[in-house]
Design a protein around this ligand. Structure first.
Ligand code: LER
Ligand code: MN
Length: 302
């Protein structure tokens, strides 16, 4: 698709998107549409496994974000998955989101795409997300979406949009929402900023395909919190880490209040998952410190 056509499409679809977004947010997070948009309520989560959920709850986290391959197991049969589902449902914290979506063995862009196989895998993951009560699947997948060297970037973007559109259509009856994750340019070369994410979400124009803001990637790309304000209600999920060493909030005393302030300004109600390095020693203390620091930074922008 030509860049100009993409822009026209985005403009035409903006109105429709704005009308549906509040309802989507309500469904996906289990809140009523009236509750969303009146008050910002940020939930603090952590990328981890259900096995640690009890300790993480004790430390103050409200949910966990686990890996698609670990808890949704798209490669195993439905009957095998049914057997592990009951155990997963016993997790001490809700598995609110999953990351690590499309494995790098699938090709979403380039001369030899494997869209059909990737779609099958992705839809299985989404169906199982509904079974487990997972609200969001994070679509980072920097390897699968990477534009091969020498391949036309405009064509690759159109291929990615086409894949996301097919995915959005295939999961339109499900509750789970897939959030596109802008990644810094060290990790991939397609979709590197929240600003670009706005264009992708609007071009894809599927209610179940929305946007994520990862503050670490934003800082790496020197993208200011204003991008979050521009994206507004397209953003349904967030990740956080300090910039230095992608460390846990509180490690180097970085003030991430500007990003929290932007979330408040868009009346964001949803999760912010710690996706960061943790110390090997006394990790429980680092968890508690991170929760405390994030709550302090959130309160400071009230
Ligand atoms: C990788 O840097 C990242 O941020 C993950 O959320 C990708 O799924
Ligand atoms: Mn992330």
């Amino acid at each position: 698709m030509k860049e100009r056509d993409l822009t026209m499409q985005i403009r035409r679809r903006t109105f429709v998107k704005r009308c549906t977004a509040a309802a989507i947010t309500g469904c996906a997070s289990g809140l009523s549409a009236a509750a969303v948009n009146t008050e910002s309520r940020i939930m603090l989560g952590i990328c981890s496994s259900p096995g640690r959920a009890a300790q993480l709850k004790e430390a103050g986290f409200e949910y966990i974000e686990s890996g698609v391959s670990a808890v949704l197991k798209p490669d195993i049969s439905d009957s095998d998955y049914a057997r592990m589902l009951e155990k997963l449902k016993e997790s001490a914290l809700p598995i609110y989101s999953c990351n690590g979506f499309i494995p790098g063995k699938y090709r979403l862009t380039g001369d030899k795409t494997t869209h059909d196989d990737a779609l099958k895998y992705a839809v299985t993951a989404c169906r199982r997300a509904d079974m487990l009560g997972v609200s969001f699947i994070v679509f980072g997948s920097g390897v699968a979406r990477r534009i091969p060297d020498g391949f036309d970037a405009g064509r690759a973007r159109a291929q990615f949009i086409e894949f996301c559109r097919k995915l959005g259509e295939s999961i339109s009856d499900l509750k789970v929402t897939v959030v596109l994750e802008p990644l810094n340019r060290g990790e991939t070369n397609l979709l590197n900023s929240v600003g670009e994410g706005i264009e992708y979400v609007d071009a894809i124009n599927q209610p179940r395909i929305r946007l994520l803001a990862d503050f670490y990637h934003m800082m790496r790309e020197e993208e200011k919190p204003d991008a979050i304000r521009s994206a507004g209600d397209r953003i349904l999920h967030c990740h956080i880490a300090e910039l230095e060493g992608r460390s846990a909030p509180g490690t180097h005393g970085e003030d991430l209040g500007g990003y929290f302030k932007a979330l408040k300004d868009i009346n964001y109600s949803g999760g912010v998952s710690c996706e960061c390095r943790w110390p090997k020693d006394n990790v429980e203390e680092a968890w508690r410190k991170a929760v405390k620091i994030m709550r302090t930074q959130i309160a400071s922008v009230d």
